[in-house]
Ligand binder design. Structure first.
Ligand SMILES: Nc1ncnc2c1ncn2[C@@H]1O[C@H](COP(=O)(O)OP(=O)(O)OP(=O)(O)O)[C@@H](O)[C@H]1O
Length: 261
């Protein structure tokens, strides 16, 4: 059943008197509890689409609904957790205090949030390999560790939809690979609806139920590929022919876009 519905959405930006068409006629229907990646050339509107779904940007044409609500209504009901490129942690707070932050904000800002069943933040930190760093200050953590706190915090926030905008882009390859498996684990045990922007074909195939390939600007949907790899997924899956076939299929669509842009 469709949960997030993006219907014929178009978006323009005005800059220095020029209109830029960022998105054209985007149509997507995403089911609850699925992991969906957005991949496409730089500037094709992936972040803009994420922001529109999250109620942080308006559409110029079309409509977005989340379980029948507008993005702003969904936002006011605390339906979204954001994981940006660099985790917004307070350096002088401990890891645990940073984990508690959205809960503190929610309780002050919205009494309905009090009803959200809270997950044990320490367990969440353990699931991303940070069980020994609960009382460390955020400033004492590496970039990769900070990003893992951001991911654990998003999964513990009570929000059913997580919007992740290239959360691993600032990390080295080895850290990135390790974190992608931790994200896979934590997602498979929570099954929140995730919209994940990435430039990595490997991450898109490893993590996703669905990969949305976008065309060069103006961003359109070039292809939607269902990733039929079995779950739970483990590291060995990357060595399978099926995995490589999905990567090749997506690369093929992206090459078509490079040629036409
Ligand atoms: N606030 C803004 N004002 C003007 N133009 C904008 C604004 N935000 C985005 N754009 C333009 O919209 C287009 C899409 O940008 P967006 O950041 O969504 O792309 P992206 O696919 O996420 O890019 P990247 O992969 O490089 O991060 C770009 O041409 C960008 O310059």
């Amino acid at each position: 059943m469709t949960y997030i519905k993006v219907s014929e959405v178009s978006k323009w930006f005005k800059r220095r008197g020029h209109m830029t068409e960022a998105l054209r006629d985007i149509h997507l229907e995403l089911a609850q509890g699925t992991f969906v990646s957005l991949i496409g050339p730089s500037g094709c509107g992936k972040s803009t689409l994420l922001r529109i779904v999250g109620g942080l940007a308006d559409v110029d044409r079309g409509e977005v609904t989340i379980g029948g609500l507008s993005p702003l209504e969904a936002q006011s009901r605390k339906q979204f957790g954001f994981v940006p490129q660099s985790p917004a942690l307070f350096p002088w707070r401990t890891v645990l205090e940073n984990m508690n932050l959205p809960f503190e904000v929610n309780v002050r800002g919205n009494s309905a949030a009090k009803l959200v069943e809270r997950e044990d933040p320490v367990e969440l930190l353990k699931s991303v390999g940070l069980g020994d760093f609960v009382n460390a200050y955020a400033k004492e953590l590496s970039g990769g560790m900070q990003q893992r706190v951001g991911i654990a915090r998003a999964f513990g926030s009570g929000a059913p939809i997580l919007l992740m905008d290239e959360p691993f882009s600032a990390l080295d390859e080895i850290t990135r690979e390790k974190i992608s498996y931790q994200l896979l684990d934590i997602w498979e045990s929570h099954q929140k609806t995730v919209l994940f922007v990435t430039h990595s074909l490997r991450e898109a195939v490893l993590l996703s139920d669905k990969v949305v390939v976008m065309s060069a600007r103006p961003g359109r949907v070039a292809a939607v590929i269902d990733i039929g790899l079995p779950r739970p997924r483990r590291a060995q899956i990357e060595d399978t022919d099926e995995f490589h076939q999905y990567v090749a299929e997506i690369r093929g669509y992206l090459r078509d876009e490079w040629k036409s842009s």
